[in-house]
Design a protein around this ligand. Structure first.
Ligand SMILES: [Mn+2]
Length: 322
């Protein structure tokens, strides 16, 4: 059993360094810090680091660590919630003596010593809770808090199709612990007036096609006008979910610092990761992303996506997790 192999490898190492993906979300940081807290509580003699950087929306989850290059020589590296090496935040993970991958995105080829990749999990946090329960790792209030936040956000508060009875059971398992739920919701879900005005702007201005495609182009001028970052704008893509007429929705957001346009694909049926791959990106079947070079490419994506929907090819549908 793969979990047994993971625990055995963890037990062999004194130093463990856990990495997350670039531009992390609550599931990514939740699984990273959750695993760190579980291992610290279970193996008090081990030194466990969680490295990489936060963004403005994840900092409330807990502090990340600084690690010297030299620590990697004898360390076990673990990457969580990320399939591709290119997307891992802080590339020094490749210097680890051994490497484990724990991820719920569709599998991409890497050469970690152990790869536990399973898209049947709603969230990476659900995988970490599974690991904890099956292997008697010591759960703590701190670990429960961050793991719960990842389950909540990656399932859209138990709404997305990846939710299983297990997801509720594991959510309940960590909910039992003593942490401030209201404060957690406030950190995750409360929005400022500025952010809500931006949402209003999206709802006013988005475009849609008769085939069920919804999309929104957001230029740098608009980001400046509403005082929101590219990352924040991208995180608002599900403003277009739950619209009767729309089955696939895409955000295109100018990324000034990179000189690119960030693309966020979402769907409630037709698969989008093949579409994202076609334009150099990737991700889950119902939630993917890409970075493209120009607004001409954007118009091409809109055309290809709309044709895909117009084709109504039922074989291209999937109910797998976002
Ligand atoms: Mn995730």
């Amino acid at each position: 059993m793969i979990q047994k192999a993971i625990i055995e490898l963890i037990e062999k190492y004194q130093t463990i360094i856990i990495h997350h993906h670039q531009n992390p979300d609550c599931d990514c940081i939740g699984s990273q810090l959750g695993l760190k807290y579980l291992l610290e509580a279970t193996y008090p003699k081990k030194v466990v680091y969680a490295v990489g950087s936060h963004n403005e929306k994840t900092a409330f989850l807990g502090n990340l660590d600084k690690v010297d290059d030299s620590k990697y020589n004898n360390a076990l590296g673990i990457i969580v919630d990320v399939g591709d090496y290119e997307r891992v935040d802080d590339k020094r993970f490749v210097n680890s003596k051994a490497l484990i991958k724990i991820d719920h995105h569709p599998h991409t080829v890497t050469n970690c010593d152990i790869e536990w990749v399973d898209t049947a999990y709603s969230s990476c946090c659900e995988m970490i809770i599974d690991l904890a329960i099956n292997n008697n790792l010591t759960m703590t209030n701190k670990a429960a808090r961050v793991l719960y936040s990842g389950i909540l956000t990656d399932t859209g508060r138990y709404y997305y199709s990846a939710v299983l009875p297990r997801t509720f059971n594991y959510g309940a398992e960590v909910y039992k612990y003593d942490f401030d739920k209201q404060a957690l919701y406030e950190n995750i879900y409360f929005k400022s007036i500025k952010e809500l005005k931006f949402k209003g702007f999206i709802l006013d201005e988005f475009s849609s096609t008769p085939n069920g495609l919804g999309y929104m182009k957001i230029s740098n001028d608009m980001l400046e006008k509403y005082e929101v970052s590219t990352e924040y704008a991208a995180s608002e893509v599900n403003t277009l979910s739950d619209i009767k007429e729309i089955v696939m929705w895409i955000f295109f957001i100018e990324y000034n610092t990179l000189g690119k346009i960030r693309v966020e694909f979402r769907s409630r049926g037709p698969i989008v990761n093949t579409l994202a791959k076609q334009f150099g990106g990737g991700g889950h079947s119902l939630a993917s992303g890409a970075l493209v070079d120009s607004w001409e490419v954007v118009d091409n994506i809109i055309k290809v996506a709309d044709e895909l929907l117009g084709g109504k090819d039922e074989t291209k549908r999937d109910t797998e997790n976002r």
